[in-house]
Design a protein around this ligand. Sequence first.
Ligand code: KIV
Length: 306
Amino acid sequence: MSTAFDAGNGKITVPDIASRKSSTPNSRASSSGNSQSNSEKRKIVCLTAYDYPTARFVDEAGVDIVLVGDSLGMVALGYENTLPLTMEEMLHHTRAVRRGVRKAMLVADMPYGSFHGDKREAVRNAVRFVKEAGAEGVKIEGGERRMELIAQLVEAEIPVMGHIGLTPQSMHAFGGFRVQGKSVEAAEQLLRDARAVEAAGAFSVVVESVPRELAARITSELRIPTIGIGAGPECDGQILVLHDMIGLSVGHTPKFARRYANVGEAIRNAVGAYADDVHEGRFPSDEESYHLSSEVRERLLAVRRS
Ligand code: KIV
């Protein structure tokens, strides 16, 4: 069993994340002079990771939360969507990420089907992420309809990150990957979802693919931090899929996924250069080869001659 490293020495914990909430209109009115102002609160930086090396690099770069997202299924395992991903696949990758993450808080995504039926089974599945894979919290897609489950998980000492807006596990119900909350009714539903997730005890909530103005309103209403993805800059933090932001994902990437590197092209170029070197006999060089001592070489030659 793998476990999280002890708190202290810069380890990011749930209370650290909660303390990064920009003040809400209500808390501003009642705040004493010694609380941090909004401009002093550092935004929460989150990224996904799915394996040991990327987890190490992402953690060493100083992110606050590493999410083993179920985007794993699409960007690293080649599924068409997130729906086929299993508990065992998620656990396997969460363990690998656990081994690479030292400072950031580690959150695991509950895959489709692992929390949609019996609540006791859902709690058991969430417990597996903590006990068997060292996660420090789980993420659950869905708003109002997940209230009871979120409360049960919190009761079982499992910190929960909510996820509202475009929840990819609802892709069939939504009719695809579409921006959510664009009509008055849809926006009101999203506000209800956000309030419900908070009331149930989630420590933060991902707000995905919603108009900036609505995400700002949700952020100003909630006491828990909002983590935006395609939800504008007013959220308390931001999350992206690592493979999208480093240019390692195959196929369409959404417009909010700013690309900071082109690792896919770097891999293609490196592999092309390697193949050319092999074909042309330039790889390996003599320096990249091991050598026999002159004594062994002599004796070997003698054996061959006799
Ligand atoms: O699966 C995932 O990576 C996610 C994030 C994009 C929020 O849910």
